[in-house]
Design a protein around this ligand. Sequence first.
Ligand code: FES
Ligand SMILES: [Fe+2]
Length: 417
Amino acid sequence: MSTSSLPLPLPLALPPHTASMLDRVRTQCASGRTEWQDCKDPETTVAVERYTSSAIYEQEIDKLFRGLPLIAAHSSELQAGQVLAHDGYGVPMVLSRDQNGVVRAHLNVCRHRGTRLIESTSAMDKASIVCPYHGWTYQLDGKLRHRLHAESFDKKECADEDLVALPCEERYGLIWVIPQAKQDMASQPIDLDSYLGELNSEMPFYETENLTHFRTIEAEYPANWKLIVDAFLESYHIRVLHKNTIAPFFTDGITAGGTFGSEQDGKPHIHSLVARRAAQAWSERPDSPLPTNIRELSELVTPSQVIFPNTITIFHPDYLSLITLYPTSAGTFRWTHKMLIPKAQSGSDWAPHWEKTFNLIEKGVFQKEDIHTTINIQKGFASGANTSLRLGRIEQAVAWFHASVAKHTDCQTASAV
Ligand code: FES
Ligand SMILES: [Fe+2]
């Protein structure tokens, strides 16, 4: 396998919240007593209708999936001079990166008679965007450049001729959009400083911008999208559901997590560390060195984030799973799992290794275990066995997530959340 000729990145100090969460993991491992064992909070519940109600689904689309900054792609999926269509949010978008590297999002709709402009959801090289119906031609920045038989049309204001822009921002190797066209909004930058809050000080350590896209798998499943988020917010199930796959790598229920983001948004993002077995021996030695980069950290703990509302990061020891959930109805969602790997290990000689690794986690763990379970939970809702689901103190982060969804959607939430 090829090795990188690039200089190694300078070690980064642990960011403050990651350092404090790692310290909490260390304390739990060393003492043999978990935080949830000492937690005095009552258990909580989530009403089943949160997963089945079409009215709640409509509210979520309106409030979460039209008004909030959402992740649409990894930066490495869109090179300079490329475009791709993105339909996941139910709004036809075209993402483009111009020759100066600037990423933009526009509605994928011609301003003449509304034809879809870009078909491919994979990146394609394009010097301009040419409508396949009558050939109106747009620059990658959305400006109308050419009309066939232009004298047939009256001159309009630019705003009526150029592609409709959506707010778009690139940060931490992620392309963020707000998939709603509002007057004057597109020219405003997305305020990620405020939206991500203290997560901004954590993210550089995780080096998400240094990774490159290896593979995406997409599929639609019959379950509510939030059941998947729930599954990635608690480690309670690892010992049982994943007993034949990943459980041997993890401790039983030792985690540390917290909420991030602006107070106004209710700090909706959740960042947590799940202790791996290696954390046990590391915690017991007082002279154990602190990890200095994400690779060393992810040997001890698996960091994971729910970037509110619908993106999940899982930092495996050698690569990142970037999972984005696109709700398509109250009882269905589209799953998108991207494998992002270090650039230094992206040569073709590494491909069989990543292929095998991706198949093991995507098919063997996520599809057969986590997704399979959520589909069965959704089926069980119709039985009426439960009107609410119970969350123990070990599953507290699931309650944080539902509280944030409820806060943003103005709906009555679960009884005790
Ligand atoms: S609809 Fe696009 S050029 Fe006519
Ligand atoms: Fe799981």
